[in-house]
Design a protein around this ligand. Sequence first.
Ligand SMILES: Nc1ncnc2c1ncn2[C@@H]1O[C@H](COP(=O)(O)OP(=O)(O)O)[C@@H](O)[C@H]1O
Ligand SMILES: [Mg+2]
Length: 260
Amino acid sequence: MSLLSAHGISIAFGGLRALEDVSFSVDAGEVLAIIGPNGAGKTTLFNIVSGLYRAQSGRVMLAGRDVTGLPPHRLAALGLARTFQNLQIFFRMSVLENVMVGRHLKERRQLVAELLGLPSVLRENSATREAARDLLAFVGLAERAHEPAQSLPYGALKRLEIARALACEPKVLMLDEPAAGCNPVETEEIDRLIVAIARKGVAVVLVEHDMKLVMRISDRVLVLDQGRVLAQGRPQEVRADPRVIAAYLGRHGLASAHAA
Ligand SMILES: Nc1ncnc2c1ncn2[C@@H]1O[C@H](COP(=O)(O)OP(=O)(O)O)[C@@H](O)[C@H]1O
Ligand SMILES: [Mg+2]
């Protein structure tokens, strides 16, 4: 049984069929990449699976449970975390505090106890702090814990966002373009981080258009084109698929050939 699966997902916006009968699954410890040209429906698929949009048809299963239509906070509590294509960082808060915010869900701390400053809450807070520090070390930001987030370079902010998503100890982590806008060195760091996360047993689903990154780190690739599944399989198979070459790599290849 897969940890996360989507079955026959379809959605239309007005007359536009953004997704048409899309299915995928991902297991613990596996990296699944979703690729495809701009407008293919990648982010929409993320939005449906993470509970922001409701599919017009199809089902989403998480750890053996039908979670179709559950809101994001319920899904998060059940072990699904995501990041967004655009940074969602609290820039004036410290790096450590940004991660602690992500832990919030996990704690289920009681408001009254918190207001009264009861010892159990204080303990919980120091546990939160400890867990956040460990995560910062894991993503390579331990030394910058007390700096305001706004002082970090872009690639570090992308890693901070991943640390925050990990703070609720997800079983499934969904990353929408985790290396978008990063330079090659920053991209390499994010690569390594994604592989390390999967090695811990987390199922990772990522949207990416950097083909090199996808080929290096994914176990399987799902190719979307105009809302439909064009191909699905191991990176090598997908890269050699004539339909993929024609519809995606071909177009991009031509574009970059022209740009060069
Ligand atoms: N909330 C929305 N309302 C209307 N159209 C949308 C909405 N979200 C996405 N779309 C459209 O659905 C298609 C797929 O978009 P998206 O999932 O963002 O593509 P990708 O992430 O693959 O670039 C696009 O044509 C986009 O304009
Ligand atoms: Mg997108």
